[in-house]
Design a protein around this ligand. Structure first.
Ligand code: 6PG
Length: 239
């Protein structure tokens, strides 16, 4: 059952999302040796990542979160190299890894510079090696596009029915993508879906209703095994 939490605006959403991410990671680390977190790109989560970075403190030793025990993965990547301005990895470097002083050997990026098929296969192997098979992530930070896509599972591409823990996706009007597959998203122990802005209201309303997932891939979370929370601002709230 997905929960909807409505926050006043983008600032409050960033504050609450960063707080919940920290809480979730701390709780996983209280139970297990390592925590695994998969991060989306796009514009919405940037402010939350920047806030989360500050909770790691100026020195890793000062932080309540033991950064050495956190493994960072990607929800999706665009088919561009890591230096490209559209690279999700590049955005995460700027917003979280660099300011949070994250050990880069614990960051597992998708290789957007390879062919999407080769990058998806390589990343499936990374997930299997780091998390076992099938891979279970502790926390997924997802988003929702105004067209209803989530991760890089785009509408009308059949990406939601592609097999594999990581899939190559070819949206009509954008560069190809590499994305966690539906099954990997659904297996996560906890998912936060961050949604901001009036242009997302219709997509959010559709994502919260059962129906054709190929039409609205954001609906996949309605079938999740773990806990799913949509953190949305008032402008995006369809209610
Ligand atoms: C990406 C993202 C993508 C994102 C949605 C929402 O690479 O674009 O990972 O899935 O979450 O497109 O994007 P915005 O936050 O920019 O609206």
């Amino acid at each position: 059952m997905a929960e909807l939490v409505v926050l006043a605006d983008a600032d409050e959403l960033a504050r609450v999302a960063a707080h919940r991410m920290g809480e979730c990671i701390a709780s996983v680390l209280g139970e297990r040796r390592k925590a695994s977190v998969a991060l989306s790109g796009g514009s919405t989560p940037g402010p939350s990542y920047r806030r989360l970075a500050t909770t790691f403190g100026s020195s890793p030793a000062e932080s309540a979160l033991d950064v050495a025990r956190i493994r960072w993965f990607f929800v999706d990547e665009r088919a561009v190299g890591p230096e490209h301005e559209r690279s999700n990895y590049r955005a995460l470097e700027r917003d979280l890894f660099e300011p949070g002083r994250i050990p880069r050997e614990h960051v597992f990026r998708m290789q957007g510079e390879l062919s999407p098929e080769a990058a998806a296969e390589a990343y499936s192997a990374v997930l299997a090696r780091e998390l076992g098979e099938p891979p279970v992530l502790d926390l997924v930070i997802a988003g929702l596009g105004s067209d209803g896509h989530t991760a890089s599972l785009f509408p009308k591409t059949r990406a939601v029915s592609a097999s594999g823990s990581v899939v190559a996706v070819f949206p009509a009007d954008l560069e190809p993508r590499i994305s966690l597959g539906r099954s990997t998203l659904l297996r996560a122990r906890e998912v936060f879906v961050l949604v901001c802005g009036a242009d997302k209201r219709a997509a959010l309303s559709r994502a919260l209703e059962h129906g054709d997932e190929d039409e609205v891939p954001g609906r996949v979370y309605l079938a999740a095994a773990g806990r799913v929370t949509f953190l949305v601002d008032r402008a995006a709230n369809p209610g």
